[in-house]
Design a protein around this ligand. Structure first.
Ligand code: G3I
Length: 357
């Protein structure tokens, strides 16, 4: 139970400084995923984003479906809204995501089916435009998102053979597509930080252990061929239904850092189990406890950038995505602020973790 909170009553008066300011005092960058439309239409949301994060990542606006919905037609208004907001609030924006199998317009999937040359040309044109457009503001991109195949025992295990996720990119360009994408990004911007971003590698389950092994193998292979890779992003969509033990995760983070890579926590949120208790305070305490354990491990292993996937339960994907929503209309409480933008025990746990960094 988070100290100082009577069950069910959340503190009315927030602390002066947000998580970003607290984290910065201890050499850590805290950020959050942001939706441009909500900055414009929800004053409470805008106030929370002015207060809490020191970095932003577009939740949608930098994905292929948002940026190039039709071949040759680039839509950057939504991303530019976020870039302008970031500039006005001294919040750098990281990019998510250049190559991904999700949120790909149909025209790209069709083009990727037309052979290697067409695939390279489509990818090159996207990178040309997007990296040039964002060059002065986005200095770190998730170049490839979720390249690893889900092992047996994971939520959506892949049946196709191989350690790489079976995607239109893999089919069009072969297993070297990750290296190809990294090299094409590097050719276009020599000082951009190039990040691989992945999920399902944080918890103490056989599936997560196997996915960690697969990701390490991919990274080692890339570095052995001198592929331009600077960082690995760990999404950290944690699930209370899965155990977390610091030792295997710390060893994994250590292995990445020993290879000279930066490691970021890119999409932290905490999904409750279906057996979640009814009592809000009890639920919040479980979420806060997992946040504490996870961040103590990550920060202890040298992670210095932590982003949550949103700030408030009100707009979390956990509340709307049917595959993860709780039964009976209960909304997950997996982000630092509740649906009324009040700081929860998870917020306190994160502040304590940053102070202990
Ligand atoms: O499709 C409309 C589009 O036509 C419209 O222009 C746009 C305007 O905002 O909205 C689009 O709607 C939805 C979009 O979110 C914006 O809210 C998309 O249909 C919907 O698929 C999309 O879902 C996002 C999902 O990624 C797919 O991109 C979720 O919000 C977002 O939370 C989720 O985030 C992913 C990370 O990128 C990768 N890691 C997992 C994480 C959770 O799934």
């Amino acid at each position: 139970m988070a100290a100082g909170l009577t069950p069910g009553v959340l503190r009315a008066q927030p602390e002066a400084s947000g998580l970003g300011a607290i984290a910065r005092q201890h050499g850590v960058t805290f950020g959050a995923a942001v939706q441009d439309s909500l900055l414009q239409k929800d004053a409470d949301y805008a106030r929370a984003f002015a207060t809490e994060p020191a970095m932003l990542v577009p939740e949608w606006a930098a994905k292929w479906a948002a940026l190039q919905p039709e071949e040759g037609r680039f839509e950057t208004a939504a991303l530019d809204t976020i870039l302008r907001w970031g500039q006005a609030h001294a919040q750098p924006v990281r990019g998510h995501a250049l190559v991904w199998h999700n949120s790909l317009p149909d025209w790209v999937v069709a083009a990727l089916g037309e052979g290697r040359e067409r695939a390279l040309s489509v990818l090159g044109a996207h990178l040309d435009h997007v990296l040039a457009h964002t060059r002065t503001q986005i200095r770190d991109w998730d170049v490839v998102n979720e390249p690893i195949a889900n092992p047996p025992g994971s939520d959506e295990p892949q049946t196709a053979p191989g350690d790489l996720r079976d995607t239109p990119w893999l089919r069009a360009l072969g297993p070297g597509y990750v290296e190809t994408a990294l090299r094409m990004a590097r050719e276009r911007d020599p000082t951009l930080r190039l990040t691989l971003n992945e999920y399902g590698v944080a918890e103490d389950t056989p599936a997560a252990a196997e996915k960690r092994r697969r990701l390490l193998a991919l990274v080692r292979g890339l570095l052995s061929r001198n592929a331009p890779l600077d960082a690995v992003g760990i999404q950290a969509h944690l699930q209370l239904a899965n155990p977390f033990r610091p030792e295997p995760f710390a060893a994994f983070l250590g292995a990445l850092r020993e290879m000279g890579l930066a490691v970021l926590i890119t999409e932290l949120d905490i999904r409750e189990s279906w057996q979640a208790p009814q009592d809000l305070a009890a639920r919040d305490a479980l979420v806060a406890e997992r946040a504490s354990a996870f961040l103590a491990c990550a920060l202890g292993a040298g992670v210095r950038t932590v982003l949550t996937w949103g700030l408030t339960d009100k707009y979390s994907w956990l509340a709307t995505e049917p595959a993860v929503a709780l039964p009976g209309g209960r909304a997950h409480r997996g982000l630092p602020l509740d649906a009324a933008f009040r700081r929860k025990p998870m917020w306190d746990a994160m502040a304590r973790a940053f102070r202990g960094a």
